[in-house]
Design a protein around this ligand. Structure first.
Ligand code: CP3
Length: 355
């Protein structure tokens, strides 16, 4: 086991015994591990200070900055994991796609992949090893620091469908109609696009793991917009391909979707952990997910603004429901909203660790 990981990888030393990794693998450590999706970012004043006047995706590609931003929430909240500061759009940018994150809008692609011809152009782009060097360097710098406190780093990537939702529409859309229409209008072009996206996103994920990440999470944030048939036939094979890019490395795998309650029966792509959004109580989600998996989630992010009197019982309720799974990693049901009070997040970490 672990044979494909480099000799000095954290999973061969300190990270293997970290509560997060043990829980992902099905163990119940003394404390329930906790981290937050989007724990790095606009809720933190130290993040806003660093980002002043700097473009989002450019920032991700400066190793010292990406590393520092990854570490900020770990220092501040005492969470059980760092999640690498980057973005699901980064491998597309590194392959040569003209993509930016526009403030107040989100990901914007200059030339959308909205026809078979446009898909032909995009899928001729290649993500080279050399282009990924800033990612490897940022991960190495980060892991060097995290080792001091025994904290593992989570690597991540966007699932092919979520990436394609942006590539096809060129910007965020309601219900992801353009990509869902394209799937029906041009099934072969869809397959080509999804296969290409799986390749670049899988490579991005693999490089993070090889450089020192000890777990890998695939975000299929928009999978919940799909009918089950479409999800199973046209999306699952590509998500599986993205996960297969790291399977031989034997790091715990996490699969997460938003609004995907109808899909839980299909989301265990031989992963260790399934991430559950805030809509489905953990004990119900566990009933629906086949196989013996750990669950991750799922405090409603809306509670963060509701005051401690509302937060505390909700945190306890999530912990209670998480007991019906083999193991539980506490998280929110989606990312930290920018307006969240970081002190409430720190208090949640303390509470989860004390229960
Ligand atoms: O702390 C972490 O969780 C790590 C960093 C991280 C970011 N994006 C940084 C980021 C992660 C894991 C992501 C994943 C990501 N990016 C997803 C999947 C998770 C999810 O939220 O569903 C998606 C869909 C994206 C695409 C994307 N990037 C969106 C929709 C946005 C928001 C745009 C906005 O203005 O709110 C981004 C930008 C982004 N990525 C920010 C951060 C911290 C905010 C931009 C900023 O700080 O200027």
């Amino acid at each position: 086991m672990l044979s494909a990981l480099p000799e000095r990888h954290p999973l061969r030393s300190y990270a293997a015994e970290a509560p997060l990794i043990r829980a992902y693998r099905g163990d119940r450590p003394e404390v329930t591990p906790v981290w937050f999706m989007r724990q790095a970012g606009r809720s933190l004043p130290e993040y806003r200070a660093l980002r002043q006047g700097r473009d989002m995706l450019d920032t991700c590609l400066v190793p010292e900055l990406a590393s520092e931003i990854t570490l900020q929430p770990v220092r501040r909240h005492g969470v059980d994991a760092g999640i690498f500061f980057s973005d699901i759009m980064i491998p597309l940018r590194l392959a040569g796609v003209d993509v930016t994150i526009e403030p107040g809008i989100g990901p914007v692609v200059a030339e959308p992949a909205d026809s078979p011809e446009a898909i032909e152009r995009i899928t001729s782009l290649e993500l080279t090893d050399a282009a990924l060097e800033p990612i490897r360097e940022a991960v190495r710098l980060t892991v060097r620091e995290l080792e001091q406190t025994g904290t593992p780093l989570i690597g991540f990537a966007g699932a092919p469908f979520t990436l394609a939702a942006y590539l096809v529409a060129g910007r965020p859309t309601k219900d992801h109609m353009p990509v869902r229409t394209l799937m029906h209008a041009y099934p072969e072009a869809w397959r080509q696009l999804a296969q290409w996206a799986a390749g670049v996103t899988g490579k991005f994920l693999r490089e993070q793991v090889l450089a020192g990440a000890s777990a890998a999470q695939l975000f299929d944030s928009w999978a919940g917009s799909l009918p089950k048939r479409q999800y199973v036939d046209r999306v699952v094979p590509h998500s599986r391909a993205a996960l297969d890019a790291v399977r031989d490395l034997d790091v715990p795998l996490v699969h997460f979707g938003v609004g995907a309650a109808e899909l839980y029966g299909e989301m265990n792509l031989d992963v260790d952990t399934v991430g559950v959004d805030w809509r489905t109580p953990l004990d119900e989600a566990i009933q629906r997910i086949p196989g013996d998996v750990t669950v991750q989630g799922n405090l409603d992010p809306a509670l963060l603004g509701a005051g401690w009197e509302a937060i505390e019982p909700a945190v306890r309720d999530v912990l209670e429901r998480g007991r019906s799974a083999r193991a539980h990693v506490f998280n929110l049901g989606h990312g930290v909203p920018p307006e969240a009070d970081p002190e409430q997040l720190t208090r949640i970490v303390e509470l989860v660790h004390s229960v």
